[in-house]
Design a protein around this ligand. Structure first.
Ligand code: HEM
Ligand code: NAG
Ligand code: NAG
Ligand code: NAG
Length: 322
C-alpha cells in the first residue's frame, strides 16, 4: 500500500526536477550579457573600435549600420539572415525591393567578422555583431546607449518574401506604420520612438519624390529645396538628409516634423493631425525622453526571435552558411 507521505514527497521531487530541468533548459537557450566573456573577451572592444573608426571616416555609415540591424530583426528575427548572399540555388533577402540598392554596410560587417575570426574562430555570430554594431553606431553619433544581450546564432535560411512583406515603405500611412510595428510586438509609442532613428542618415530621391511634389502637408520652402535635389523624373539615387542634422543623433527629426519638414511621406504621417501628434511634441520638447524611449525600444528590438542554444549556427563568413 502506498505511503501517502512518501507519495507527496515523490510528487514534490518530481515537480522540483521538472522545474530545474525547465530553468536549466531555458538558461542555455537565452541571451545573456556576458556570453563571450570567456570565449572571446575582446569581442566587444574589437567591434567598438571598428565602429569608431568607420563612423569617424564616414558618419553616414553609422546610420546605415543601424538600419541594417533593424532590417535583420524585422525579417524573421535578429538572425543575420539579411547578410546572406544569393547563390545558384538560394535566393536571399538582398534582392528584396526595400533592400536592393538601399541597404549599406555589408563590407563593414565582413571586416569586423574577419577580425573576430582571427581572434576567436567560430565563436561570435553575425547576428550578435549586427546588434552590437547598431548600438555602438548610435553611441558614436551622440545617441543613447543600452545593454545588449548576446548569444544569438545565425540562420541557415533567409526569406525574400518576408523581406518584402515586413519592412514598411516610405509611402505608408499612419495605420500601416502602426500595424507593421504591432505585428512585431511594438506599441504605437515604441514605433514613434524607433522612427526617430531617422534623426540620422539619408534617403534616395525615389523614396521622397512623391512627397515633395504631391503632398500638401509640407513646408513650401523645404519642398522647393528638396525639389532642387530630386527632379520630377530621373536622379532616383540622389540623396537628401532625413533631418536637418543627419550626422548627429538628437531629437531634431521631431522638431522638423512639427514644421512639416518630414522628408518622406511616412515621416510626416507621425505628425499629421493624428493621435501620434502628441508623442512627436513630447519627443520634440524632451530630448532625454526620446533618448530613453528609443534605447528601451532598441533593446526590445534586439531580442526579436533570436536563434539560441543549438539552433542555427555560427557562420564563418556572414555572407554564406557554413
Ligand atoms: C517607421 C517606419 C519606417 C519606414 C517607413 C522607413 C523607411 C525608410 C526609407 C525608405 C529609408 C531610405 C532608404 C533609401 O532611400 O535607400 C530609410 C532610411 C533609414 N532608416 Fe528607416 N524606416 C522606418 C523605420 C526605421 C527604424 C525603426 C529604423 C531603425 C531603428 C530606421 C533607420 C533608418 C536609417 C538610420 C536610415 C538612413 C540609412 C542610411 O543613411 O543609409 N528606420 N528608412
Ligand atoms: C546547390 O544545391 C546542391 C544540392 O543541394 C548542393 O550540392 C550545391 O552545393 C548547391 N550549390 C550552391 C552554389 O549552393
Ligand atoms: C492607409 O493605407 C491603406 C492601404 O493603402 C488603406 O487601405 C487605408 O484606408 C489607409 N488608411 C488611412 C487612415 O488613410
Ligand atoms: C503626383 O501624383 C500623381 C497622381 O498620383 C502621379 O501621377 C505623379 O507621378 C506624381 N508626381 C510625382 C513627381 O511623384
Amino acid at each position: 500500500m502506498a505511503n501517502p507521505i512518501l507519495s507527496s514527497m515523490h510528487i514534490a521531487a518530481l515537480i522540483l526536477s521538472f522545474l530545474l530541468f525547465f530553468i536549466l533548459g531555458m538558461s542555455s537557450a537565452q541571451l545573456s550579457k556576458n556570453f563571450y566573456e570567456t570565449s572571446c573577451p575582446e569581442a566587444l572592444s574589437i567591434i567598438k573600435l571598428s565602429v569608431h573608426s568607420t563612423v569617424q571616416t564616414e558618419p553616414r555609415m553609422g546610420a546605415s549600420l543601424l538600419r541594417l540591424h533593424f532590417f535583420d530583426c524585422f525579417i524573421n528575427g535578429c538572425d543575420g539572415s539579411i547578410l546572406l548572399d544569393d547563390t545558384a540555388n538560394f535566393t536571399g533577402e538582398k534582392s528584396a525591393d526595400p533592400i536592393r540598392g538601399s541597404i549599406r554596410g555589408y563590407d563593414v560587417i565582413d571586416n569586423i567578422k574577419a577580425q573576430l575570426e582571427n581572434s576567436c574562430p567560430d565563436v561570435v555570430s553575425c547576428a550578435d555583431i549586427l546588434t552590437v554594431v547598431a548600438r555602438d553606431s548610435v553611441v558614436e553619433l551622440g545617441g543613447p546607449t543600452w545593454k545588449v544581450l548576446l548569444g544569438r546564432r545565425d540562420s541557415t535560411t533567409a526569406s525574400l518574401s518576408d523581406a518584402n512583406m515586413d519592412i514598411p515603405g516610405p509611402a505608408s500611412n499612419l495605420s500601416q506604420l502602426i500595424s507593421a510595428f504591432s505585428k512585431k510586438g511594438f506599441s504605437v509609442k515604441e514605433m514613434v520612438a524607433l522612427a526617430g532613428a531617422h534623426t540620422i542618415g539619408k534617403a534616395r530621391c525615389t523614396n521622397f519624390r512623391n512627397r515633395i511634389y504631391n503632398d500638401t502637408n509640407i513646408n513650401a520652402p523645404f519642398a522647393r529645396s528638396m525639389q532642387a535635389i530630386c527632379p520630377p523624373s530621373g536622379g532616383d539615387n540622389n540623396l537628401a538628409s532625413l533631418d536637418s542634422s543627419s550626422t548627429s543623433f538628437d531629437n531634431v527629426y521631431f522638431n522638423n516634423l512639427l514644421s512639416q519638414k518630414g522628408l518622406m511621406h511616412s515621416d510626416q504621417e507621425l505628425f499629421n493631425g493624428g493621435f501620434t501628434d502628441s508623442l512627436v511634441k513630447t519627443y520634440s520638447s524632451n530630448p532625454s525622453t526620446f533618448a530613453s524611449d528609443f534605447a528601451n525600444a532598441m533593446a526590445k528590438m534586439d531580442n526579436l526571435s533570436p536563434l539560441t542554444g543549438s539552433n542555427g549556427q555560427i557562420r564563418k563568413n556572414c555572407r554564406k552558411i557554413n
